[in-house]
Design a protein around this ligand. Structure first.
Ligand code: SF4
Length: 382
């Protein structure tokens, strides 16, 4: 098996009792895999009985009941099941979280989910461009079907899109606008299973002049929209459009308030954008890494669901959403939120939006149903 992973992957260590937002306290549905369940059922101890008493079945799957967080989390913030039985006897998802994987026959990809505060710290403090490495492992092949030609084309295209995301010759917004402009062509080629066209697009994106042409085109489009006062196309209107999408989502904590435009003046926040862009410029690598994370993690899913445009545009939307949180706090306080706060916001944003499938469906539905979504995204990046 060939395993591909980002360079931050091997360095990840759960901070356990030092974690300020322990994932075991989230109240998420924690699936208990069959082997672990069999082991718990075989335990003739109080712990075994408590474990089995806390597990419920839904549609053939088993879950740990934990509306207020995992009942087996010790007062020191450690897993009491792991302490008593060993790491090999906790459920696979508990052992692996926040790692994620995708399998394609003898090829596997691994990564780290941004919803974990330690991962968020690793991602936002990685000043050099994120790199990806491959190594051989002795894991057996996976047997789920996929088209190897599509996999090769998607991997190649994603490498190029990541190249664009890491092209520091452009501002972050310019890189986002390049991605937003080519999303439709990529989506069409993908739905048509046109690997030749995907390779062609990938080749074009490798050319610096092509990237520059898109940025110039985007600047001209934005200037024309501003001149003609085109209805719904001003930055303010487009921002309200984006905020409407994020504010229509469900949130467990307070993050949703940062998207609720009844609570602040969008005009005032956008008025601070130029100054924010200047002061945040030395730290653009943070949002670059976040964008690369979304591209790496989700584009590969189009090998099976063919939704390359949706995954690409959602990566742009999510990056803009997090940037909005940074910009809003800057506009309100007059200074950049510090790195600890930026890490917190990235983790919260991932936890509340990326890790909530209903919220992600709102983004995908917006991309699929809103005919103006491409214009909105392009305009937001200018
Ligand atoms: S959120 Fe991350 S660092 Fe915190 S307990 Fe979970 S895996 Fe560990």
């Amino acid at each position: 098996m060939t395993l591909r992973y980002p360079d931050i992957f091997p360095g990840f260590v759960c901070t356990g009792s030092a974690c300020e937002d322990n994932c075991c306290k989230m109240g998420w549905d924690i699936e208990i895999d069959e082997n672990t369940l069999d082991y718990y059922r075989s335990l003739d101890t109080d712990l075994g009985r408590r474990l089995c008493g806390n597990i419920y079945e839904e549609e053939g799957c088993f879950y740990m009941s934990q509306p207020d967080g995992c009942p087996f989390l010790s007062g020191e913030g450690l897993c009491s099941v792991q302490q008593a039985c060993g790491a090999e006897h906790i459920s696979e998802i508990c052992r692996e979280h926040p790692r994620f994987y995708e399998w394609f026959g003898d090829y596997k990809e691994a990564g780290l989910g941004l919803c974990c505060e330690e991962v968020s710290r690793l991602v936002l403090t990685h000043e050099r461009p994120l790199l990806f490495t491959e190594k051989q492992t002795d894991e057996p092949d996976d047997d789920l079907e996929f088209d190897s030609g599509i996999l090769a084309a998607v991997k190649d295209l994603r490498d190029r899109l990541i190249d664009v995301a890491q092209d520091r010759g452009f501002t972050l917004l310019q890189r986002l606008v390049i991605l937003a402009y080519c999303a439709e062509d990529i989506g069409e080629a993908m739905y048509g299973e046109d690997t030749e066209r995907l390779r062609q697009l990938s080749g074009m994106l490798a050319i610096d002049g092509f990237r520059m042409e898109i940025v110039i085109q985007a600047q001209q489009d934005a200037a024309e929209a501003a001149k003609s006062h085109e209805k719904g196309r001003t930055k303010e209107q487009l921002t309200k459009h984006m905020l409407h999408m994020f504010s229509s989502m469900g949130y467990m904590g307070k993050l949703g308030k940062s998207f609720d435009r009844e609570r602040f003046s969008v005009e005032k926040i956008l008025g601070a954008e130029k100054k924010f862009s200047g002061e945040y410029a030395p730290y653009q690598y943070e949002l670059e890494n976040v964008l690369v994370y979304f591209l790496y993690r989700y584009l590969i899913k189009s090998v099976r669901d063919y939704s390359a445009e949706e995954h690409l545009l959602s990566a742009v939307y999510l990056t803009l959403g997090l940037r909005w949180l940074f910009l809003k706090e800057y506009a309100e306080s007059g200074s950049l939120p510090d790195i600890g706060r930026r890490i917190f916001l990235a983790k919260e944003f991932s936890k509340e939006v990326e890790y909530d499938s209903d919220n992600m469906d709102i983004i995908y539905d917006t991309i699929q149903q809103d005919t103006a979504v491409r214009d909105t995204l392009r305009g937001l990046c200018m």
